[in-house]
Design a protein around this ligand. Structure first.
Ligand code: KIV
Length: 315
């Protein structure tokens, strides 16, 4: 381990997005409602570990989701269904340690809430008690709305997620836009209203036609956060690895890539390997020193040691 402790625990102060602003206050659900009322767009992003948490905090986002997309972009599973509660809690705890201002939401993985209200409450409590999350998110309407209501009644804020819900992508016909007919769009809108009635403080709307979002927005009192849902929602969310260009998979149509970090990472590691192989690294400035007196004592001892070793081998 070559890093050294920083005194910046509990969130890094930076320049980019308000990290250095001493007046910056932690985001609350009330503040989200105010933002919606004022028409101020809400910025949400995913994060999965301590460094990504410090980055998104410094950049000044409002909401941070420890998404079950971690299954793919961090843990290398082929889709989101295999990730476990234990894995999600470890990731969410690391994010908590790096986050100060945004509201932190834990994404309930497939199999952690569907069976019963009791199961849903127990696992939502794990996100709060073990990882320090402020809220949880779960996918779909229908039975999930009942689970959402139970979790809200247990005292934990819940964010809904409708439209394309990757946990049941197979049922939905794959990773494709949902609600593209009037009837299908009405079904998605009804799910949104159901989740709102269940007490969700916000709803993610993923991969639906903009017309659906336009029809939904006047009906919704809680913030809608879009991802591939057009410009009308109260906020937007993207996956950290997608927008920074860390993920080497095929991005969805709605992704805008703001950086090419993976390319820079590969270049950096390639340059390191080249320097090690050519002995250009480490350079003198990376070395530690002894005082000349200690160094000559050590050299004398080593010489004597080598001499007695040679005598021993010669006998
Ligand atoms: O898991 C995730 O990253 C998500 C966002 C895309 C909303 O659910």
């Amino acid at each position: 381990m070559s890093t050294r402790p920083t005194d910046k625990h509990g969130g890094h102060a930076g320049v980019a997005g308000g990290g250095q602003d001493p007046a910056r206050r932690p985001i609350t659900i009330t503040r989200l409602q105010e933002k919606k009322a004022l028409g101020e767009p809400i910025v949400m992003i995913t994060a999965y570990d301590y460094p990504s948490a410090t980055v998104v905090d410094e950049a000044g986002v409002d909401l941070v989701l420890v998404g079950d997309s971690a299954a793919m972009v961090v843990l290398g599973y082929p889709n989101t269904t295999p990730v476990s509660m234990d894995e999600m809690v470890i990731l969410a705890s690391a994010v908590r340690r790096g986050l100060k201002h945004p509201l932190l939401i834990g994404d309930m993985p497939f199999g952690s809430y569907e069976a019963s209200n009791e199961q849903a409450i127990k696992n939502a409590q794990r996100f709060v008690k073990e990882a320090g999350c402020d809220a949880v998110k779960l996918e779909r309407g229908g039975a999930s709305a009942e689970r959402a209501r139970a979790i809200v009644e247990s005292g934990i804020p819940v964010m809904g997620h409708i439209g394309l819900t990757p946990q049941n992508a197979v049922q939905l016909g794959g990773y494709r836009a949902q609600g593209r007919t009037a009837a299908a769009a009405k079904a998605v809108i009804e799910e949104a209203l159901e989740l709102q009635a269940a007490g969700c403080f916000a709803i993610v709307l993923e991969c639906v036609p903009s017309e659906l979002a336009d029809a939904l927005m006047p009906l919704l009192g809680v913030p809608a956060i879009g991802i591939g849902a057009g410009p009308q929602t109260d906020g937007q969310v993207l996956v950290y690895h997608d927008l920074l260009g860390i993920w080497d998979g095929r991005p969805a149509k709605f992704v805008r890539q703001y950086a090419d970090v993976r390319h820079q990472m590969v270049n950096g590691v390639t340059a390191f390997a080249k320097d090690v192989r050519s002995r250009a690294y480490p350079a003198p400035e990376h070395e530690y020193e002894m005082s000349p007196d200690e160094a000559s004592q050590l050299a004398e001892w080593a010489r004597d040691h080598v001499a007695s070793l040679h005598e021993f081998l010669a006998d």
